[in-house]
Design a protein around this ligand. Sequence first.
Ligand code: SF4
Length: 98
Amino acid sequence: MNIRCRKIDCKFNHAGACHAHEVKVCRNANCTTYQKEHGKVDLELASELAPTKPHNVPLACTMGSCLYNHDCRCAANGIAVVDNEDTNQADCATFIER
Ligand code: SF4
């Protein structure tokens, strides 16, 4: 799964692409794999300038009310994760209510 992610301070984020071994998205459509890396520069990089290619990351998702969710597997071609500044969590922006 190609995961574009704007949670730039996550230790698994490499220039806007997720490089975690596995990503879990929970019932609130949050990425629970997110781990803040202290001291990481909170710098936004345009995806066209990203020096690394997107990674194929296994994704498990328990957001059962999402249109793309089939038996805890995401059927989307890729997902986008955004920085929720109110909660300081990483939210799946591809979620569509069934
Ligand atoms: S917040 Fe989640 S999707 Fe984004 S880089 Fe970190 S682990 Fe990957």
